[in-house]
Design a protein around this ligand. Structure first.
Ligand code: IDC
Length: 290
């Protein structure tokens, strides 16, 4: 994969669109990242899987790094074995400023980049959704430069996804002050019950300014992961992303009792995922991969 202007391309230079799901936090939902679940997703047409490595709260990466890494490696290997790309997502959220755990992030991405430098399938997302009282140019961009530098020490061309303030919706600041370097994309996240045309307009403006945008997380629900399914607005978004050849991952591959969960409660992924295990949201998402 390469980034060419605002577009993701394959080895031949043709536009490439990645579509798949995001895991919920692997701390809580590692079981859906097994080989047979990934195989089912690939059969439905998914070609990417995002794996959310939450930094906080308890039992997540900062407190329990060994457990998180074990689950993460299992997920990466299953996705690669199913011939999918895989996004390693450093999932900050309550820790709103990525600089809070910058040292841990550096160690984490150094380990990832050394391990996967020869694997063309691994993509790095260096901070999910910075939020709170922080700025792109003063906080997130310097963090990104540091982590990109760390990854590039070992891997000169992996695709790197970079978050931005206001839960990945401050693309205007990115347009005004972009990073230098190759194969960098910027994330934008939406939830159909909360974010509508104004956010599509922001993305269009970014693309028109040559900024490559990757929707590494979106939901059919409201921003709290519940409410809906908002079918009409979801369809507007899906059509928009198809039209603009924007790659995406849907939140989330889990069976939690919330609208955004793609699976019905009790879904058992040990032998893949059957149609009857898909939630209302999951049904829309799984039929949109192709
Ligand atoms: C939500 C989960 C929910 C969990 C909460 C806190 O759906 O089960 O309790 O996180 O960990 C995001 C975040 C993503 C959120 C999601 C829905 O990246 O972690 O997941 N969301 O609220 N940004 C906007 C919405």
């Amino acid at each position: 994969l390469h980034v060419n202007g605002p577009v993701l391309t394959d080895e031949q230079g043709s536009p490439m669109v990645l579509r798949g799901t995001s895991s919920h936090g692997i701390t809580w939902y590692p079981r859906y990242l097994n080989g047979s679940a990934m195989k089912t997703l690939a059969e439905y047409g998914a070609n990417v899987q995002r794996i959310a490595v939450y930094t906080e709260p308890e039992n997540a990466y900062i407190e329990a790094p060994v457990q998180s890494l074990n689950y993460l490696y299992m997920g990466i290997e299953s996705a690669l074995a199913a011939d999918m790309y895989v996004i390693v997502d450093w999932h900050i959220l309550k820790d709103s400023d990525p600089n809070e755990y910058a040292e841990e992030a550096k160690e984490f991405f150094a380990e990832m980049a050394q391990k996967y430098k020869n694997s063309k399938g691994v993509i790095y997302e260096i901070c999910n959704e910075p939020n709170g009282n922080i700025s792109w140019s003063k906080d997130v961009k310097p963090y990104a430069e540091e982590i990109i530098n760390t990854i590039r020490t070992y891997d000169s061309d992996a695709i790197i996804l970079v978050g931005n303030p206001q839960w990945d919706q401050d693309l205007d600041s990115v347009v005004a002050d972009r990073l230098s370097g190759n194969n960098i994309m910027y994330t934008c996240h939406f939830y159909a019950g909360t974010h509508t045309q104004w956010l599509r307009d922001k993305i269009t403006n970014a693309l028109n300014n040559g900024i490559p945008v990757f929707v590494s997380e979106w939901g059919t629900s409201s921003a709290d992961g519940n409410g809906g399914v908002f079918t009409d607005e979801t369809n507007k978004w899906l059509n928009y992303m198809a039209d603009k050849k924007i790659s995406w991952c849907n939140w989330s591959l889990c069976d939690k009792n919330e609208t955004s969960a793609a699976l019905n409660q009790g879904a058992n992924a040990s032998e893949g995922l059957s149609d009857s295990e898909l939630s209302d949201s999951g049904k829309i998402v799984f039929r949109s991969f192709k």
